[in-house]
Write a protein that binds this ligand. Structure first.
Ligand SMILES: Cc1cc2nc3c(=O)[nH]c(=O)nc-3n(C[C@H](O)[C@H](O)[C@H](O)COP(=O)(O)O)c2cc1C
Length: 269
């Protein structure tokens, strides 16, 4: 891997206040290269571009001092939310390995300008973007208040996020592996910090569910993008710990979509 996932996940916080100095050519080249090599473990693949904020008129009312944005789009095919959330979060962690700050933004942006800049077609969607820049030494007052308002530093207890199937048989080694990766999934960013990801451990498999708490809008269900970021953390930590496995969708687990919706499973080999 390009970077230590665990180190970056533990360090990561959303950044909305940048130093106004932009990015070095080396940093931009690193990010472009990372985008080129990106491949997510789902069938539909997003496309990303880094665009200059001034040149394209890109801005967000909650962000200051940014010169660059990472924009992406994806075809509206099965699991696009998961794929996009995974990819965008992976790029945010990679950026952090170069001390570049990010914040995933789905709501607080002038959407039509961004969509035009990346040329979103009818069969595509631009779920979220992030500014890219070096964090300022101090957060803006607006950012401080915003973080307080949504309790951005809080996370639900591990026990509220993770459960076990009643007859689950688990080796001690797998229990430890799953525990660490799920603790890291718990730290993932999420829209309005609602933390919709839930997990149920069953032997060598972890089933991920979405506990919905935000209304869907014309763009669909943004909390599924949150799930993408959470499973990205999980998967990267599993890889880093040398565990081999893969994502699998089990249609038999898909049930009532109104409360906890089944999203995906990760099966250890
Ligand atoms: C899919 C998604 C959409 C988000 N949309 C916004 C947004 O529109 N505006 C914003 O300021 N932050 C947005 N965020 C950032 C969250 O508010 C942030 O992740 C959360 O408060 C937790 O804080 P942390 O990332 O510093 O841990 C979004 C995050 C995700 C994952």
């Amino acid at each position: 891997m390009l970077f230590s996932a665990k180190e970056m996940i533990l360090k990561r916080k959303s950044v909305r206040t940048f130093d106004g100095k932009g990015l070095s050519d080396d940093d931009l080249a690193f990010l472009e290269e990372t985008i080129r090599n990106l491949s997510v473990p789902f069938s539909v693949q997003p496309q990303f571009r880094i665009l200059n904020a001034k040149e394209y008129g890109l801005s967000s009312p909650v962000v200051v001092g940014e010169e660059w944005y990472l924009l992406g789009k994806i075809e509206k095919k099965a699991q696009w939310e998961l794929s996009y959330g995974y990819a965008l979060e992976y790029l945010c962690l990679a950026a952090l390995s170069r001390k570049i700050g990010t914040v995933i933004i789905a709501g607080t942006l002038n959407r039509p300008v961004f969509e035009k800049a990346i040329d979103v077609k009818d069969h595509e969607i631009m779920p979220a973007v992030t500014p890219l820049g070096i964090p300022a030494e101090k957060r803006s007052l607006r950012e401080i208040l915003m973080r307080k308002g949504i309790h951005a530093d809080d996370r639900i207890p591990y026990e509220s996020m993770v459960g076990y199937e009643p007859d689950c048989v688990l080796t001690e080694a797998d229990a430890a592996l799953f525990r660490e990766a799920l603790e890291m999934a718990r730290l993932a960013p999420s829209a309005v910090n609602r933390q919709p990801a839930r997990a149920v451990i069953n032997g060598n498999t972890v089933d991920f569910y979405e506990e919905k708490s935000l209304k869907e809008n014309e763009l669909g269900d943004i909390q599924k993008v949150d799930l993408g970021a959470a499973v990205c953390h999980f998967d990267l930590v599993m890889q880093e710990n040398g565990a081999s496995g893969r994502f699998e969708y089990d249609p038999e687990k898909a049930g009532n979509p109104f409360e906890r919706e089944y999203i995906i499973s990760w099966k250890k080999d």
